[in-house]
Design a protein around this ligand. Structure first.
Ligand code: ADP
Ligand code: MG
Length: 728
């Protein structure tokens, strides 16, 4: 095995950057492979074009005839670019994207053939879906689900295939993917936010949720990746001593991008441009060989699709550059993990960002309304957000020293804290003319238009206001953004509905609109105080303080997922019309099963590598030492030998101790993992994996990593951290 390590290292060291030639401006590549609004305008009859745009903007139905027009336009456009196949492209709950390609080609009579694609094929496709997770919703005898075209996201071409973004639904009508609940949540937040926005501007007819994600990832040489069975099987390293140099010097962060990586990034950006993913940012991240990219924000459904597409694209392009992209939240212990910040806001069809402070008191009251309602939503339903980001990989990252803790709190900065303090003092009921003027001039009027540069950037908060948007930082790097985006839009929709009711009631009771709004906001601020935290989220003090405040700290996925089934949370999903109780349960079960399966695989790999890689290497080296000691004895005789061989003999003992510890604990691991596998209740099973199996990982790893330090480098079978993290 160690020979594989050295061969891989030699290959990696000899690699050159793959040359990338960019002949065109990126802007001229933009949307080249997308069936974009412009392409539609060109290819569709005007009435059909208008119908599609209206379906995209207002969610209206598309007639069968128009679907035929769109299908034939898509086919014509795609074939002009060499496309031969089409696929419905969807996002099942496996976490990756799924596609099944069908040809445009159809044989007809007399040995002839044509290329065909009509509305029925565009609208619906039936993959054999029996192997996608469904949480018990579909019995195998009715194991069919279907995919249906989502006209609110753009179709695109990869290679010779036309990709049609789609939803995935069971025949009994339940949702089986990330997209359907998201679309429902987006519609709900649109309706609720539009109503509230109309307090301030009657011209508002639609509110869209916006998402700008930032994607962190590691890149390591493909050969080195392939030389590590743990990375290959689990996406993360289960062993590995920390290198002498890690990220202590912070010399990688924002440093010059290595040549091979730059070539990969350039090619990725070119492909992103063609596919309409508006990537604008690239840089080195904190950990060695860790990087980040981010686009301009977009409408949320489109942005989620683009992120899923990006993750897929990254893998494909990395391969051409002999890299492997690691999207795992914690591929390497001891250095930073990877997250995916989800920047979220709401914007109106009149072109306004509802979370952006404005130029005058009226706009600022609008800002405060949406700002405080978001805080209130997270204060009441924060645990739903925690469940949405719960995943085995993310457990390693949350609460580690470089990522937000598992406690959901909100950071808003000192200026806005001061504004909320003032608002909390607003008189109950009617306001005097003096108070109104004072509020206008000194509180609402004083919100600086540009908060962006003034908000202290608190990097330790899982949910931070950053000037004109909230940034959800606790999302895992491998996650589908759809789930956290479903939750934030669901809970804000629910909150805005309640707000509207309360304000209208006060208005009916004789208060002016502004008075009513101030009165409700005051109460929201009071009841949301416990979720606001400006201090260091990484500190132990905060863990204690949060406990006092009654905030939950669900450290593990099973704990976080248990809370997902609370009655009040299911009620929110049902009331807002995003998921019914059966669907929440099914999804919860899928996530728990996925958690258990991941830990079980890790346990197997860990035990296997312990026995077949680590212990044999340790024994081999120990034998070298034994031979040496025996030789010394032969040559020097009893008395002198004792002195000369002392260190070697200590080392032989030490190696034995570690070997025994690895072996004993690996045996226990196999037993405990087997026991956990037998448990039939999914919640209890996941808990057993979390509390009985996973803790053994650290113990085994400790002893194995010690062995790595003791054993002859030439004999060590697993590619070392320094080799994976510093070869580029
Ligand atoms: P950083 O957080 O890295 O300092 P910025 O504050 O400029 O950088 O923006 C970070 C991300 O926020 C970008 O990906 C951008 O697309 C996104 N973003 C900016 N405005 C909005 C918005 N209104 N809605 C959603 N995302 C936004
Ligand atoms: Mg950011």
């Amino acid at each position: 095995m160690s020979s594989l390590r050295f061969r891989s290292l030699a290959n990696a060291a000899n690699r050159q950057a793959v040359p990338i030639v960019v002949n065109e401006k990126l802007s001229s590549l933009f949307n080249q492979h997308v069936f974009s609004v412009d392409t539609m305008r060109e290819y569709l009859p005007k009435p059909v074009y208008i119908e599609i745009i209206s379906a995209q903007e207002k969610g209206t139905k598309i007639s069968r005839d128009s679907a035929d027009f769109v299908a034939s336009a898509m086919k014509e456009w795609a074939m002009s670019k060499g496309v031969t196949h089409f696929t419905h492209w969807f996002q099942p709950l496996t976490g990756t994207t799924a596609e099944k390609h069908d040809s445009f080609f159809r044989p007809i009579e007399n040995g002839k053939a044509i290329e065909t694609f009509d509305g029925s094929l565009l609208v619906q496709q039936e993959p054999d879906a029996s192997s996608f997770p469904n949480g018990g919703i579909r019995n195998t005898f009715e194991a069919r689900g279907y995919t249906a075209w989502d006209p609110t996201s753009t179709a695109f071409i990869i290679g010779t295939t036309l990709f049609i973004p789609s939803v995935f639904i069971s025949y009994t009508g339940e949702t089986l993917d990330y997209k359907v609940p998201l679309l429902r949540a987006l519609q709900a937040v649109d309706e609720a936010a539009t109503e509230v926005a109309r307090y301030f501007d009657k011209n508002v007819n639609k509110v869209s949720s916006t998402l700008g994600w930032e994607q962190e990832y590691f890149l390591i040489d493909l050969n080195l990746y392939n030389s590590r069975p743990d990375l290959l099987m689990t996406g993360r390293t289960l062993f590995g001593h920390s290198p002498a140099k890690g990220q202590q010097l912070d010399d990688h962060y924002f440093g010059a991008i290595p040549m091979r990586v730059m070539a990969y990034m350039q090619e990725l950006e070119i492909e992103c441009m063609k596919l309409g993913i508006p990537i604008t940012t690239r840089h080195n991240e904190v950990a060695p060989n860790q990087f980040e990219c981010a686009p301009m924000f977009e409408e949320t459904n489109q942005a989620v699709d683009h992120n899923s597409l990006l993750m897929d694209l990254m893998g494909r392009i990395a391969k051409k550059h002999n890299f492997k992209v690691l999207l795992h939240e914690k591929p390497f212990a001891g250095v930073n993990g990877s997250g995916k910040h989800n920047n979220w806001s709401l914007s109106t069809d009149t072109g306004e960002n509802l979370l952006s402070p404005g130029k005058n008191p009226k706009k600022n009251l609008q800002f405060l309304t949406f700002f405080v309602n978001t805080i209130k939503a997270v204060s009441t339903y924060g645990d739903m957000l925690r469940s949405a980001i719960a995943e085995a990989g993310n457990d390693h990252r949350l609460g580690a020293n470089e990522a937000p803790p598992a406690i959901i709190s909100i950071f808003i900065g000192s200026q806005l804290t001061a504004v909320l303090d003032e608002l909390e003092k607003v008189t109950k009921g009617k306001l005097s003319p003096e108070e109104k003027t004072d509020l206008k001039l000194n509180v609402v009027g004083k919100i600086p238009e540009i908060l962006l540069d003034n908000t202290d950037r608190n990097r330790t908060s899982p949910f931070a206001f950053t000037g004109n948007k909230f940034e959800i930082r606790a999302v895992g790097s491998s996650a589908n953004c759809g789930e956290p985006m479903t939750v934030i839009n669901t809970i804000v929709a629910k909150q805005l509905r309640d707000f509207k009711k309360e304000v209208d009631k006060l208005i009916d009771g004789g208060l002016s609109k502004d008075e009513a709004i101030f009165n409700v906001l005051r109460e929201y601020i009071k009841s949301s105080r416990n979720v606001l935290f400006e201090g260091d989220g990484y500190s132990e003090d905060w863990v204690r303080e949060a406990k006092k405040r009654g905030l939950n700290n669900y450290k593990s996925t099973p704990e976080a997922l248990k809370s997902e089934l609370k009655k009040e949370f299911i009620a929110v999903y049902e009331e807002v019309g995003v998921l019914n109780e059966r669907e929440v349960h099914a999804r919860n079960e899928i996530k728990l099963e996925k958690y258990s399966t991941k830990i079980k695989i890790e346990a197997n790999v860990l035990a296997d590598l312990s026995l077949s890689h680590i212990i044999p290497a340790a024994v081999t080296y120990q034998n070298v030492l034994i031979k040496n000691v025996k030789g010394l004895k032969d040559i020097f005789g009893e008395e002198e030998f004792v002195k000369l061989a002392k260190d070697q003999m200590d080392l032989i003992r030490l190696i034995s101790d570690h070997i025994n510890a690895v072996k004993t604990n690996a045996d226990i691991l196999v037993k405990e993992s087997g026991k956990a596998s037998e448990i039939s209740d999914v919640q209890k099973q996941a808990e057993a994996f979390a509390t009985k199996v996973k803790p053994l990982f650290e113990i085994i790893r400790y002893h194995a990593d010690e062995l790595e330090e003791l054993i002859d480098n030439n004999l060590w079978p697993l590619t070392k951290y320094r080799e994976m993290l510093f070869t580029r």
